[in-house]
Design a protein around this ligand. Sequence first.
Ligand code: FES
Length: 183
Amino acid sequence: MTLDVHSIKRLVESDRVHRRVYTDPALLELDRLFGRAWLLLGHASQVARPGDFVTTRMGRESVIVARHTDDAIHVLVNRCAHRGARVCDAARGHARQLVCPYHGWTYATDGALCAVPLPDGYDPPVVGTPEHALTRVPRVDSYRGFIFASLAARGPSLHDVLGPLRASFDDPPRRPEGRTLRA
Ligand code: FES
């Protein structure tokens, strides 16, 4: 089978996944590539105000790029810490909090779990526990306001990977206006 977008999509159905997803070297290469590389996710001007967010993908992983109340930009895996549902379907938006549509777990724009309906039903309590936050993509960095992230916790820095390519981002006419990312 040719590896185009449509043939890859056909491998994953609502109730089953073709075994090729786990065995095909070409598909595994997607994970190796997107799981390690610094990926360009957007520009800080797209999330200019606290509460602004956009969703995008890092390989097969859906992620939310959000500016938090302290002005920091976070990249969050778009998967609820409760049962793994997708938290945010919108391509972009503005929200004080991100609410999972399934059972209403509510997250701050830094990924922290803020509230759950009927919190007494959880034993032990889940709100305020780091393991029940949205997973943060481990490395986020920026250059000239362009936001990059890597799913790998360790590896070459963005600065080193961009190398001479940085000149492409230094060219002002190609750069959208906007504030730069604060760590
Ligand atoms: S799956 Fe998100 S609140 Fe249950």
